[in-house]
Design a binder for this molecule. Structure first.
Ligand code: C5P
Length: 398
């Protein structure tokens, strides 16, 4: 969730600032790019050197670094951030956020930022309970900021009660959950099929095709990126990348049909990208077929059209997306399949377009929706094509 996210960590004057070092470590470990801003008082509790070393970035403490003459651009920093977390936030900085006072770099960056802001308060029991602090909490929450509530326990003053900053692990978990919940496909289950199917002739031979599975992998990745819980049902293919989804491996069309059928009822979005064999040998020899002098005739029977079968079972708001790989009269065939198989979208790729179809890293698609409205796309990488397909899915959900 936090991978490649640009995070500004604000650290205020509180003894809990020692925990900020752990927080930086965890954020960096989770793959985030972290820049730390210390308030002048924060710098009394933890050194910039510690935080710079852990974050692998310079630490900002003021608008203007006297020694170097470098000016820290608060607008640029605010716009760089995908999220801001102020941990610990003191009663003082909380009051500044609530009234718009902007007398140091952190509060200026806060006012300049457009991203989500999280604060983890840390202060003494009575300061936390004070009506003014509680009103400030209400006010900043009203502005759209999120408070990560302090816990109870022994405080630095010796008092026992509420006011301890949430532990760094809790803060990271909180941020990850919040990001997850804000994703457009959070709570949705998706199924994607990819790759070819192999239909056995005998123990050593099969009928297959050249599908690499790349388009399906890219769609599954994009659906995960949008927050869906994704299962990929894959024919015999190798994905050299890191797989971010659940994967069920199958070989034949029949196995793919069974795997898809088993989970279809619970899926919200299904994208059938696999190049499923339309025919399979009627009889599979149990021993290797020996070469003969005469010609050899192989009798084939139809496989189940998985997409059509799922189209018949589709209920309510389930979204079903199919592919059509055509060589002639492309648009009419694609539109025909959309209606016949009860689809919400059909993605057409024509083998007449260079750079489209099997094995390549690019694809050129046209999408038809249920109303038969057509959108033509440029040739793009399969990763970008996957984004276009997922955008069309999101449009249906809106
Ligand atoms: O009718 P046609 O085979 O061209 O349709 C292609 C679409 O149907 C693709 O989405 C493919 O994944 C799916 N399909 C299927 N089961 C089959 C054949 C195709 O799910 N047996």
């Amino acid at each position: 969730m936090l991978k490649n996210k640009n995070i500004i960590l604000g650290v205020c004057g509180s003894i809990a600032a020692y925990k900020s070092a752990f927080l930086v470590r965890l954020l960096v470990k989770a793959g985030a790019n972290v820049k730390v801003i210390l308030t002048p008082d924060g710098a009394n509790f933890i050194t910039p050197l510690t935080l710079a070393t852990l974050s692998k970035n310079p630490v900002y403490t003021q608008y203007f670094e006297e020694e170097t003459g470098v000016w820290s651009n608060h607008v640029e920093l605010g716009l760089w951030a995908d999220l801001i977390i102020i941990a610990p936030i003191s009663a003082n900085t909380l009051a500044k956020l609530s009234t718009g006072i902007c007398d140091n770099l952190l509060t200026a960056v806060y006012l300049s930022a457009k991203c989500k802001v999280y604060v983890a308060p840390a202060m003494d029991l009575d300061m936390w309970k004070h009506e003014s602090t509680q009103q400030n909490i209400q006010r900043i929450t009203g502005f759209g900021n999120t408070v990560i509530a302090p816990g109870s326990g022994e405080l630095a003053s010796g008092l026992v009660g509420e006011g301890r900053m949430a532990e760094p692990e809790e803060i990271v978990r909180f941020l990850e959950n919040a990001i997850k919940k804000s994703m457009p496909l959070f709570g949705k289950k998706a199924m994607v099929t990819a790759g070819p199917t192999y239909e056995a002739i005998d123990p050593v031979r099969f009928i297959g095709n050249h599908s690499s599975g790349k388009m399906g992998f890219a769609i599954a990745d994009e659906l995960v990126r949008l927050g869906a819980d994704v299962t990929l049902v894959a024919g015999p293919t190798v994905n050299n990348g890191v797989e971010s989804y659940k994967r069920i491996d199958v070989v034949s069309a029949e196995e793919m049909f069974k795997a898809c059928s088993a989970i279809f009822e619970t899926t919200d979005i299904t994208v059938m990208c696999a190049a499923v064999a339309d025919y399979r040998p009627k009889f599979v020899a149990s021993q290797k077929i020996k070469k003969q002098d005469s010609d050899f005739v192989l009798e084939l029977e139809k496989t189940t059209d998985i997409l059509a079968a799922l189209g018949m079972r589709k209920k309510g708001n389930q979204i079903l997306v199919g592919f059509a790989l055509e060589t002639n009269d492309e648009e009419n065939y694609a539109k025909g399949k959309l209606e016949k198989k009860n689809l919400d979208l059909i993605v057409l790729n024509s083998l007449n377009d260079k750079g489209a179809g099997f094995k390549s890293d690019t694809n050129k698609i046209t999408i038809f929706n249920k109303a038969l409205q057509k959108t033509v796309f440029e040739m793009k990488s399969k990763t970008e094509v996957a984004k276009d397909i997922c955008k069309a899915i999101l449009k249906i959900l809106k």
